[in-house]
Design a protein around this ligand. Structure first.
Ligand code: FDA
Length: 324
């Protein structure tokens, strides 16, 4: 897959922008928040809820952070005005984390306070290894300030993740709220697993660990072995869509989230599995990216993980493998 994936990245990058745009339409909700609202309204009928991501690249100066501050402000207003069951996904580097840490903290805190006024949760997406600890530190610092409407993402391919789950749960107890995923950044083998099977095993074990620590588990995967494992792990713990969370220490207010867990998937990917889960009553959340900078964003994701190019090619030529 590696060499073929890289070849497909090369081929994809040579394709005209209008063709890439027609493919991206499946995965990106449009250029502005109005388009994203239209997409979410349509998908609400499936019983899904949402997390909204403003597309963008790592910024190079603090003035650029203002764009994200203003845009996420508009997103919060749109969620409230349209009565959407949605939260936010933000990238800490877009708020200045790698330029001026204190300023980034201020920017994120202001957003969290406005979100909290409207009982909206904010997820800090996890970027590459340079910001793993700084991102976790933001979550812990905000909880210390009484802002509990924030949680992070952990990446199962990283060796450190099991220790991170324990450290965060030790500090936050039942208020710990994770999105757990494989991790899209192909990190160096000195800090990360590199083989598919070992990553799946690690992710399954992290899901068990999160559930056993009575934390909230947002399971972000389209991979059937992971979803199947999650369903059995939930059953083994007496957790189900129709029961209140039976685990110890789970009386914390989860602001309308699922009973201790939810399934999360990217817009445009494996809708058939998502709909099946929703039909069985599970809470399903769709990650909805939108923004002007969709082209740069898509190209960067391809560079970070060439497998994505293969998924896209597969979904074009074998559409039955990935229905929206
Ligand atoms: P796997 O890679 O095995 O994919 C299973 C199947 O799903 C593929 O065969 C393909 O059909 C389809 N598929 C998966 N990804 C696709 C894609 N991008 N385009 C088209 N088809 C695709 N990572 C990270 O490092 N930090 C983060 O904050 C997040 N946030 C996040 C949120 C949500 C809601 C999701 C679903 C995922 C993330 N990720 C992420 C990405 C995650 O780490 C991982 O790279 C992808 O989900 C792919 O892994 P899967 O477990 O889905 O399996």
């Amino acid at each position: 897959m590696g060499v073929l994936g890289r070849f497909m990245v090369g081929v994809t990058k040579c394709m005209p922008k209008f063709f890439i745009a027609s493919v991206a339409r499946r995965y990106v909700a449009g250029k502005d928040i109005e388009s994203a609202v239209t997409v979410m309204r349509k998908l609400s009928s499936e019983g899904a809820c949402f997390t909204i991501d403003v597309l963008g690249e790592e910024i190079s100066n603090l003035e650029e952070a203002q764009f994200f501050i203003d845009e996420y402000d508009r997103v919060l207003d749109a969620i409230v005005e349209n009565n959407l069951d949605a939260n936010l996904s933000i990238k800490p580097t877009a708020f200045g984390l790698l330029i001026d840490e204190m300023k980034a903290y201020d920017n994120i805190e202001r957003l969290l306070r406005k979100a909290a006024e409207n009982e909206i949760f904010v997820r800090l997406d996890m970027e590459d290894y340079r910001v793993t600890q700084p991102t976790i530190d933001i979550v812990l610092a905000m909880h210390e300030k009484g802002l509990h409407n924030v949680g992070t993402v952990l990446q199962s391919r990283l060796f450190r993740t099991s220790a991170d789950i324990d450290a965060i749960c030790d500090k936050l107890g039942g208020a710990a709220d994770f999105r757990i995923c494989k991790g899209v950044y192909l990190e160096h083998e000195s800090i990360s697993l590199t083989e598919y099977q070992t990553i799946v095993e690690a992710m399954n074990s992290h899901i068990d660990q999160i559930l056993d620590r009575s934390a909230y588990a947002g399971v972000a995967s389209h991979d059937w072995p992971v979803i199947k494992h999650t369903l059995s792990a939930l059953e083994a713990r007496g957790m189900s869509p129709s029961n209140p969370d039976p685990r110890d220490g789970c009386s914390v207010n989860r602001n309308g989230k699922g009973p201790g867990y939810e399934f999360q998937m990217l817009l445009g990917v494996r809708g058939n599995i998502r709909r099946r889960l929703a039909k069985d009553g599970h809470r399903t959340r769709i990650y909805v990216p939108y923004g002007e900078r969709w082209y740069e964003y898509s190209m960067r994701r391809l560079d970070e993980n060439p497998d994505v190019a293969m998924y896209i090619v597969k979904s074009i030529f074998m559409p039955w493998t990935n229905r929206r």
